[in-house]
Design a protein around this ligand. Structure first.
Ligand code: BYC
Length: 307
């Protein structure tokens, strides 16, 4: 069975929920998809924080729609994880208990309105680069979820970039706010792609099983190359004084990434880890009545249909 599975992967077949798969493949997918679903859900917090303070009705509507999309993304991916035999409740319990990972990026604070621009442009921009590849992942339900998610992320990125472009073309104080947001979000955005390939314990296996199509470093580089000209087009400066362009490849080579900071953040010691978990736990507790009502309604509906 193992040999047949490997042959299917090598042929580029898509693996579906009822197909035989090695336990390790299942485990790796649950790990990665749960981390991803939690990121979407926790990712609502930094932006949700600004909905009531958006500077115009138009901005408020876009931000509301974006944050709502992130909830939807979380739900698709939790459903995808259920096809592997792990319930959403189980995963959410792990998130609330602080034993599950979610993207490092959401442990940074959103200090000004420009952060809404920087998140849409950089964070969703990085997510698009990563997830366009995952849309070709070997596990069908995950790959299919990514197709719709990427379409929505494109809208998110544009609304963020438009906020940055507007601020950059504004008063000196607005320009400064946009540059300050870029300064604070640039390096954490690069960390979203995960550790360098040589320090990435999961990459080799995930690449072999075609869950990942590209390594962490290649995707990070792709994101940098896309973003550097976007920054200069709106008059912003990438906060990396040693970055330079490789003449042969055209790649923009960044200075060193602070991996100590990354490890601090993913082990629970980032600037907002505790605040994010507390907010999720509070929201979950306050939503208990909704879950109870939905379950009671479903039971009543089930009884009626049975009768
Ligand atoms: N943050 O062996 P590695 C969004 C962990 S949300 C935290 O390279 P892998 C949005 C990694 O889990 C979209 N942890 O791992 C939402 C592993 O630890 P464990 C977020 C990280 O899986 C709202 C260890 O480090 N996107 O777009 O091969 C508003 C070693 O790493 C991170 C996804 O979740 C990190 N940045 O590769 C706006 C994408 N990086 O699990 C926007 C899906 C690494 O062994 N995930 N770790 O304890 C992936 O593509 C891959 O899991 C990663 C890591 C590239 C992130």
């Amino acid at each position: 069975m193992e040999a047949e599975f490997e042959a299917r992967i090598a042929r580029g077949d898509t693996i579906e929920p009822k197909d035989w798969m090695p336990e390790r493949y299942r485990k790796q997918l649950i790990r990665m998809m749960s981390q991803h679903a939690h990121s979407e859900v926790v990712g609502m917090l930094p932006e949700g924080n600004w909905i009531t303070r958006a500077p115009s009705l138009r901005r408020k509507l876009s931000l509301l729609a974006k944050v709502q999309d992130e909830a939807g993304h979380g739900l698709y991916i939790y459903c995808g994880t259920e096809t592997l035999g792990t319930s959403r409740e189980e995963l959410i319990d792990q998130l609330l208990a602080g034993t599950a990972k979610y993207s490092s990026i959401f442990n940074y604070p959103t200090l000004t309105w420009a952060d809404m621009g920087a998140i849409g442009w950089l964070v969703d921009g990085a997510a698009i680069v990563n997830q366009t590849m995952l849309a070709k992942a070997s596990y069908g339900p995950y790959a299919r979820a990514m197709i719709r998610i990427c379409k929505e992320e494109n809208f998110h990125k544009r609304q963020g970039y438009e906020i940055m472009a507007t601020l950059s073309a504004g008063t000196p104080a607005q320009q400064e706010m946009a540059q300050d947001a870029l300064n604070r979000w640039w390096w954490p955005s690069l960390m979203m792609f995960g550790p360098s390939d040589k320090d990435s314990p999961n990459s080799a296996e995930l690449l072999r099983w075609k869950v990942k199509q590209k390594g962490n470093d290649e995707l990070r580089q792709r994101f940098i190359n896309l973003t550097v000209p976007q920054a200069s087009a709106i008059g912003l400066t990438i906060p990396d004084p040693v970055m330079k362009q490789d003449e042969k490849t055209g790649d923009w080579i960044p200075g060193p990434i602070d991996w100590d900071e990354f490890h601090q953040v993913i082990t629970g010691n980032g600037p907002c880890n505790k605040e994010r978990l507390a907010a999720r736990n509070q929201a979950h507790a306050e939503g208990a009545w909704v879950r109870e009502a939905a379950a009671a309604y479903a039971a009543k509906h089930h009884q009626r249909t049975a009768a």
